[in-house]
Design a protein around this ligand. Structure first.
Ligand code: DGT
Ligand code: CA
Length: 546
């Protein structure tokens, strides 16, 4: 049990007692009673007094104390008078004007409580990785300027690159935590300081997400980095491996008895329990511990393995840049190829390509490739002729075979009729997979993170069909898609289905989104050989011929 865990329990006890209106802790300070309780916690990992107290009908009300306008007296009052036990009920009571009638509350307080609830609920939401990640990086860059900071890292779900993030965790090593915290809460990004202490401070940014900063001593940095990266489930496993070896592992280090035997670097923590370094993206207790112990961790895909992007748009449809501009941007990234996959005609709003226009586009790309081959422009590089063709509701494609056969690559996608029953949707996409011209199924579930649920489709059947016909599924790296998800990537790998990690870029800058695709692939245990766009051009062209 760590100090922090003990502190959390003591705070919770104190809050329950506050609501009950009897808080001996406050009155007496850390007296004999508390010392005894801490001892019991340390020795047994449990506290009978706390277990009993948690059964009190007032215990659930501590949640109300997160709402800025609600104190312990209010919490008790709304429960005693209105039977309100949850934030949802409290919100309803406020919205229906019941709170203002309680003694000492009134209309103003009611409005403040409602406002407070809205904030709590907003900050409770999980935000997309791609929204928080760059903003948290900016904060890290800002903090880095401080010479008192010896080391700094992202931690938590942000370092594990989960697709959504509840709050951003940043960890710092410094011998002088106080000035670091002072600088943190004064950052220009801060809209509200939630808590400020010497080891932990929390702020809410102007963009509306919470950032927790923790400062530890340099000698604990690796241990703290491991602890605060999580996941909690992963930590529990590592800690119990430690226990088996007679070691205590916490955010301060690895201890044998009183002796600190490791903790400066994260690798050391793994080493003491007989594990190789486990990349953050794998730390979910989803088999990484077992694989690590057998030295069978995957050799995860890295950005440097990617040789090209197989799904980008141009200004011919709804993109922002010309084909040549997209090509040059891809060359700058060190790619060998890029596939221009603009939309097919049916999706009217995107100015989709009719067969006539697609023919013209093909000519333009042929010209461009000729110039590149003759080194008139750029380097040796191939711009592939492609299409993102719509899969109609009956599984037929939006363009005929006489034009599709002129293309290097065909990416097929569902953009309409998302509400089809599962069986129909599955048949629809399987039919597209069976079409000999189709190479890749784009964003296979159609989800938009936080906005649109995936359509109903039997993923197993899609994957089996891809495996049978030698087709690939896309991992669309567009930030709100990340589709395939990490879990589906892993499933694809287990079934031996190839993946294309593509950005779906609609402008040059979007090519950078490949990093979120790589992160998601890593979380899905994907290795370079599982991904078709790690192939050099010649091998890719061979693969495209199936
Ligand atoms: P989030 O914030 O929901 O997106 O996900 P995380 O993983 O960032 O979770 P968070 O912010 O609550 O905690 C950050 C890390 O700190 C977490 O991944 C593991 C570690 N941690 C937090 N609470 C505990 C705990 O009670 N026990 C252990 N072993 N680790 C914890
Ligand atoms: Ca977090």
């Amino acid at each position: 049990m760590t100090n922090q865990e003990i502190a959390t329990i003591l705070v919770h006890i104190s809050e329950i007692l506050d609501i009950q209106g009897e808080n001996p802790f406050k009155i007496r300070g850390i007296g004999e009673g508390i010392a005894k309780k801490i001892k019991e916690l340390l020795e047994t990992g449990k506290l009978k007094y706390y277990e009993d107290l948690k059964k009190s009908e007032y215990a659930p009300l501590t949640e109300f104390l997160r709402i800025s306008a609600v104190g312990p007296k209010h919490a008790r009052l709304v429960f005693d008078q209105l039977g309100v036990k949850t934030i949802a009920q409290l919100r309803k009571a406020a919205e229906t004007g019941k709170l203002r009638e309680l003694p000492g509350l009134g209309e103003k307080v009611e409005q403040n409580i409602l406002q407070g609830i809205k904030q709590v609920q907003k900050y409770k939401e999980r935000l997309p990785l791609a929204f928080i990640h760059p903003r948290a990086r900016n904060i890290v860059e800002e903090l880095k300027k401080d010479k008192l900071i010896k080391q700094i890292t992202l931690a938590g779900s942000l370092r594990r690159m989960r697709e959504t993030i509840a709050d951003a965790d940043i960890l710092v090593a410094s011998d002088k935590p106080k000035p670091v915290m002072d600088a943190f809460v004064k950052l220009p990004q801060v809209s509200k300081v939630v808590a400020k202490g010497n080891t932990k401070s929390s702020i809410v940014t102007k963009d509306g997400f919470q950032v927790d900063l923790r400062v530890v001593k340099p000698k604990s940095f690796g241990a703290a980095q491991h602890y605060f990266t999580g996941s909690k489930a992963h930590n529990i496993r590592v800690r119990s491996l430690g226990v088996d070896k007679g070691l205590k592992i916490n955010e301060y280090g690895v201890f044998k008895g009183e002796k600190n035997i490791a903790g400066k670097a994260e690798e050391e923590v793994f080493k003491t329990v007989g594990l190789p370094y486990i990349p953050p993206e794998l730390r979910e207790d989803q088999g990484e511990i077992e694989a690590g112990l057998k030295n069978q961790l995957p050799h995860l895909i890295e950005l440097k393995n990617i040789k090209g992007d197989l799904h980008v748009h141009s200004a011919w449809t709804d993109g922002n840049n010309s084909i040549e501009e997209m090509t040059q941007a891809a060359q700058k990234r060190g790619y060998q190829y890029i596939a221009i996959c603009d939309h097919s005609p049916t999706i009217g709003i995107t100015n989709g390509l009719t067969p006539q226009r697609l023919k013209k586009q093909i000519e333009e790309i042929d010209q461009l490739n000729k110039k590149m081959a003759q080194k008139v422009i750029g380097k040796n590089f191939r711009t592939l002729k492609g299409i993102e063709v719509d899969i109609k509701s009956n599984g037929q494609l939006d363009l005929d075979e006489d034009i599709l056969k002129e293309l290097d690559i065909v990416v097929a996608a569902v953009h309409t009729k998302f509400t089809q029953p599962q069986e129909e949707m599955t048949r629809r996409i399987v039919k597209a997979i069976e079409n000999p011209h189709v190479d890749i199924i784009a964003h296979p579930t159609g989800r938009l993170i936080g906005r649109r649920e995936p359509y109903q489709v039997e993923m197993d059947k899609l994957m089996d069909a891809c495996k049978a016909w030698g087709k690939a599924l896309e991992l669309n790296a567009y930030p709100e898609r990340l589709d395939l998800s990490d879990l589906n990537c892993r499933k694809a790998k287990e079934k031996g289905v190839k993946i294309a990690i593509s950005t779906d870029a609609h402008r040059e800058g979007h090519l950078d989104w490949i990093t979120f695709g790589i992160a998601t692939a890593k979380r899905g245990w994907i290795e370079p050989e599982d991904v078709i766009n790690t192939l050099p051009l010649s091998k890719l062209l061979k693969w495209l011929k199936h």
